[in-house]
Design a protein around this ligand. Sequence first.
Ligand code: PLP
Length: 446
Amino acid sequence: MTAPHAPRDGAGAPAPAADLRSRHRAVLPDWLTLLYERPIELTHGEGRHVWDADGNRYLDFFGGILTTMTAHALPEVTKAVADQAGRILHTSTLYLSRPMVELAERIAALSGIPDARVFFTTSGTEANDTALLLATAYRGSNQILAMRNSYHGRSFSTVGITGNASWSPTGLSPLQTLYVHGGVRGRGPYAGLSDAAYIDACVADLEDMLGQTAGVAALIAEPVQGVGGFTSPPDGLYAAFREVLDRHGILWISDEVQTGWGRTGDHFWGWQAHAGNGPPDLLTFAKGIGNGMSVGGVVARAEVMNCLGANSVSTFGGSPVTMAAALANLDHLLAHDLQGNARRVGGPLVKRLRAAGAELGIVREVRGRGLMIGVELVAPDTGQPSPRAANLVLEAARERGLLIGKGGLAGAALRIAPPLSLTAEEAAQGAEILTESLRAAERGLS
Ligand code: PLP
């Protein structure tokens, strides 16, 4: 096993641009999130590893930002991009496009949605924006149900419905949003309940709310809250919600931007953990399907999708180069059963991290499904969520050659979402580095 924090053999890494950080500060928005106090510049990747401009190698436990779904520099994807780019880069949706039709066929079949139609976008935000547009148009209402602490993107409509004020810089919204309990297990008034009682309480809350409103268009929900820190409701929650929604004619939008394509191990889509009454009415996707290329989209049954009139095109949505990348990526994912790999490698990784966490005062909880694992951190002296602890762990892990993400309601959750091809050996190596980093952070806090 090669040391994680070592230059790649023979790789002539470019000299670091010493002033890149100040140039970045001078010309990019202050609110653009940079993960580290002293950010690194990544120059290339291979498999589950990336290298920075100083030639340091890192094990990528965040897969870009859940964007590198299969592996960095996957040869099939690189070839598909180069082949397509060599033919034609862009044709627009005004003409027939073979890669676009082929990918739509594949996704429609995989979605589980009957009579499915697919509309491609260039991001998760735009996918959710389109889903909200469709739902409000179909139902003739601008009322939306969203989960507390949810995140759906950064456009006016998606930021406007987020269930966490810190992710909505203006607090303004074109939609009228009602917030539903259920996204974050272990918080709020129902925290101490059993799973079944928790579901009953959330359903009663939803029923009560709907008894006082008329004409809600849709419920939008992440099956596992992503930016919220990888928190899952009990299985079956959305199936129970579905029964209520159906009675009111309200559509269910499953935001699968983080949870799709087998990331959660047990299921191909996050909604399948709640499959009591079948698939959602609309499903949105993005992030990993392009393996880093900008591919997003919405799936809906024809009746809902076609409620928009003509002239609703996306100039770059479905661009042939991105479609070719996504097709090659999807082929690889399915041929190598990376969903199964996420389950097989993710389960033991959670166990390892739980065992390590049990010895440490800063770890409150390790939770996860497949390769979507959250570690909630607290200050050992107060037991309160500690964003400082998260920052210390992030820095300590990077020093040791491991990249992870963070998030959560208080910014105190570590997020682990490596490429789905992660090997058992790499998982063990990452867990070891993370454990050392947690210990170092705990020392730093005392
Ligand atoms: N939906 C969810 C669940 C997300 O996590 C994100 C991004 O983190 C989005 C939507 C927005 O996607 P994008 O950043 O591609 O616009």
